[in-house]
Design a protein around this ligand. Structure first.
Ligand code: NAP
Length: 322
């Protein structure tokens, strides 16, 4: 089968299209023929290994997982003899967050991992596009009781995590101020933001409003800059570690010494969450935001675009299996 293989850490050019052995499912596994995947910031982070933490998880000197890719949609082509939930021909979508491997024509996954049947109202491209943004956004938004803490500011609302966070917060009834660039103001309003701010024209930390929650979905701010716009008891989340990994350390000490807290939850995916995302989509509460679509052969180009930090929502890779 065709796959994108990277045997060393480095620039996008380390990603090489190769012919590798097609996997065979174990008794508890399904073989998925992948129709769509994505290039996301997690792939970029694990390819570059900029942060030392990546090497601890992903291999000290060279990548342990030689095929990147965390999101997928596709069709079950074969099932192991103990598989109960899926049958050949089922259309599925899901996440392979810690094992990667979706930048390939096929993947084998334990049926108990984060795969469920695909939403009926979404195409393969849409289904692959939404998985990681939703999982990461839910990691923050799912921890807030919006009945008690309704006012949220979401910075980076036009990214993959941000556009998911806006839609999830809307679903939970939040009062959302979303910050994005000029070209995305209308889109973000249409996803459910009550107010939108253009970061190229205004500094959201100077707008005189107070929020129960600040979610910096692109990690461009710091807790110290945002403290003044947080209500007492307010919570600050960032999708980035912050300067000197300060968000991790402050998540430990702010709950002890401050009435404004940093939280830095470690993201996890699960089948239960994927089922919830499927329901959200089928009930009409969620839209896929897709910026560009590339073929597997053009993954280096797709990766370079993702690394501009300027994509709107998600970048999809389609597989034609020719
Ligand atoms: N914690 C984790 O496990 C985890 C996992 C994956 C990614 N991440 C990190 O999370 C961050 C977001 O990832 P993503 O994929 O959602 O991002 P993304 O899609 O790459 O974000 C791109 C968006 O960011 C917006 N943006 C750029 N500069 C901005 C600024 N100064 N203020 C506000 N918005 C700005 C752009 O807005 P406009 O186009 O509207 O100008 C663009 O739409 C990245 O830093 C990534 O490394 C963390």
């Amino acid at each position: 089968m065709k796959a994108i293989v990277n045997t060393i850490y480095g620039p996008p050019e380390v990603l090489q299209l190769k012919e590798v052995e097609k996997p065979f499912p174990k008794d508890n596994e399904v073989l998925i023929k992948i129709h769509a995947t994505t290039v996301n910031r997690t792939d970029c982070g694990f390819r570059k290994a900029e942060y030392f933490a990546v090497r601890i998880v992903g291999g000290l000197f060279k990548p342990k997982n030689k095929i990147l890719g965390t999101e997928l949609s596709g069709e079950i082509e074969a099932v192991g003899k103990n598989v109960k939930e899926f049958k050949v021909g089922d259309a599925v979508f899901g996440l392979s967050t810690f094992k990667f491997g979706t930048h390939a024509e096929y993947i084998c996954m334990d049926e108990k991992k984060s795969i469920v049947t695909k939403p009926k109202n979404f195409s393969y491209n849409e289904s692959a596009a939404v998985c990681e943004g939703l999982m990461l956004a839910y990691n923050y938004i799912g921890k807030i009781d919006f009945k008690k803490n309704p006012k949220i500011l979401i910075n980076g609302a036009s990214g993959s995590i941000g556009s998911a966070a806006v839609q999830l917060a809307k679903y939970y009834g939040a009062d959302i101020t979303a910050v994005c660039g000029t070209k995305n103001l209308e889109l973000i309003k249409s996803l459910g933001a009550n107010e939108v701010m253009d970061y190229t024209k205004e500094d959201f930390t100077q707008n005189g409003q107070l929020y129960d929650v600040v979610l910096d979905a692109v990690g461009k701010s710091t807790f110290f800059k945002c403290k003044k716009i947080m209500k007492p008891g307010g919570v600050y989340f960032s999708s980035e570690l912050g300067p000197w990994s300060q968000n991790v350390w402050m998540a430990l000490w702010t709950p002890l010494f401050s009435n404004k807290k940093v939280k830095f939850p470690i993201p996890t995916d699960s089948k239960k969450d994927m089922s919830f995302f499927k329901k959200l989509i089928e009930d009409g509460h969620y839209r896929a935001v897709i910026d560009r679509v590339y073929s597997l052969e053009h993954i280096v180009e797709a990766t370079k675009y993702v690394e501009t930090g300027e994509k709107t929502g998600n970048v999809v890779i389609t597989l034609d299996h020719n």
